[in-house]
Design a protein around this ligand. Structure first.
Ligand code: AMP
Ligand code: GLY
Length: 430
């Protein structure tokens, strides 16, 4: 079997690595891939742009690709799945209609309202004046969101009226292009955030292990928002009873309502949830793809052959598929970033010590790297995801940090508190 993965992050490296654990996997091709996927046995990088749908389709047809997995949201929102399906290719990832669940926050809010899914109360604005006068009448903090895709930068949790006003102005003045011409103003939720990545064939939906991300750049959840600085799984706050509520109150109604809208959604539905102090799950946002770094923490625990699971989703056969099997224990992923991230950063710095880190029992997923001859160079803001398993969180986290100590590049930065919240807790699976 040959599989093609679209994307070049840590998530895509983790997917390729997991696929290649299956003996029947002949070849994995990553478009465009990174320095990590370039280095995997039976894996190759294809230097096409992720929006070159025609080039991807042609390669897939000529090379007998059985399954295409789309990593990032941008090509999904642009309709890559629609295009590839027109060419009779098998794709894991929703169509453009389905991807609106991430690419338009107001569309997602409307779907949640229709489905009766618990979420923050929200109002949508298409002009600045109305939004400004509305926030003046509301309590603080308040959350201001650009409606469209804004590379993770479109959300402001405003703790002062000045901040809220500035965030609304930035949206309507075009900081996010057309993504900010519609603005969602939302009630501020408190509690613990969890990421539920669920796989679906549009009829049946099944969650993967719950994970928790660390979104802020600084220790103790301080500083700017990032794509995610580290993750662990399975998140103990999601007890089996809570997961069963998430299934019936959130995942199933979402898929049923997508179906009511004639959307055949096959791929990942990622629910970013707030678990309130009362223990109730509320949706902060939906994403139409695997989360990153959550995927890097979750996949090493997966026992079920991933290509079979994703193919069952793409082919509409998830209901008959056996229950997903997980390894016991816990997983932790520490992201190593370039100096300056999430702001401006340098590229092209040599990375050393990855082999030593891996010989210490960790798996080093590459996010922003490039292979040049026999060296690995930095090529992005989030550079590596150092992931380790353990019998419990303490062991997984210690192993991941021991491996981090082996790695060196100029200006490297990582959080020192990944998983501190769960360190004393034994994995619920043990
Ligand atoms: P997003 O870009 O939608 O993932 O949002 C970024 C982050 O903003 C989330 O991970 C939350 O930490 C925070 N956030 C978004 N919406 C809310 C909300 N309604 N209440 C509290 N925090 C929020
Ligand atoms: N880690 C958050 C995301 O993938 O959106």
């Amino acid at each position: 079997m040959r599989v093609l993965i679209v994307g070049n992050g840590g998530r895509e490296h983790a997917l390729a690595w997991k696929l290649l654990q299956s003996p029947q996997m002949q070849q994995v091709v990553c478009v465009p891939g990174n320095g990590g996927t370039a280095n995997l046995d039976r894996c190759s990088n294809l230097p096409l742009s992720i929006d070159d749908f025609e080039g991807i389709a042609r390669f897939a047809l000529v090379n007998n690709i059985a399954l295409i997995i789309v990593g990032p949201e941008v090509p999904l929102a642009m309709g890559i799945t629609d295009y590839l399906k027109q060419h009779h290719l098998t794709v894991f990832g929703p169509t453009r209609d389905g991807a609106q669940i991430e690419s338009s926050k107001s569309w997602a809010k409307d779907l949640m309202r229709e489905a009766g899914i618990p979420t923050a109360q929200a109002t949508v604005f298409t002009n600045a004046e109305a939004a400004q006068s509305y926030v003046r009448s509301q309590d603080l903090p308040i959350v201001i969101k650009a409606d469209g895709l804004a590379a993770g930068k479109g959300v402001t949790v405003a703790t002062s009226l000045d901040q809220a006003t500035a965030a609304i102005a930035a949206c309507f003045e075009g900081q996010f292009g057309s993504a900010g011409q519609r603005v969602v103003v939302e009630e501020y939720l408190t509690g613990q955030e969890v990421s539920i990545l669920a796989v679906t064939d549009g009829l049946t939906i099944r969650p993967l292990l719950p994970a928790q991300d660390h979104k802020r750049i600084g220790d103790g959840d301080t500083g700017e928002n990032t794509g995610g600085m580290g993750a662990y799984a399975p998140a103990p706050i999601v007890t089996p009873a809570l997961m069963s509520r998430i299934q019936t109150e959130i995942l199933e109604p979402a898929i049923a309502t997508l179906r009511d809208r004639h959307i055949d959604y096959r791929g990942v539905l990622y629910a970013g949830l707030m678990i309130t102090s009362q223990g109730d799950p509320k949706v902060i946002e939906f994403n139409c793809r695997f989360g990153d770094p959550e995927t890097q923490a979750i996949l090493p625990l997966l026992e079920t052959p991933i290509e079979k699971l994703l193919l069952a989703c793409a082919q509409g056969q998830l209901e008959q598929f056996p229950a997903i099997v997980w390894k016991p224990g816990a997983s932790a992923c520490v992201v190593m970033a370039a100096e300056g991230y999430p702001g401006a950063y340098k590229k092209g710095l040599e990375i050393m010590g990855v082999e030593q880190a891996e010989s210490n029992g960790a798996t080093v997923f590459h996010a922003g790297t490039q292979r040049k001859q026999n060296t690995i160079l930095t090529d992005g803001g989030r550079v590596l995801g150092v992931t380790a398993l353990g019998e419990d969180f303490g062991q997984a986290i210690d192993r991941a940090y021991a491996a981090v100590q082996c790695i060196q590049f100029d200006g490297m930065y990582y959080r020192r508190d990944i998983g501190d919240r769960v360190r004393p807790i034994r994995s619920s699976q043990n």
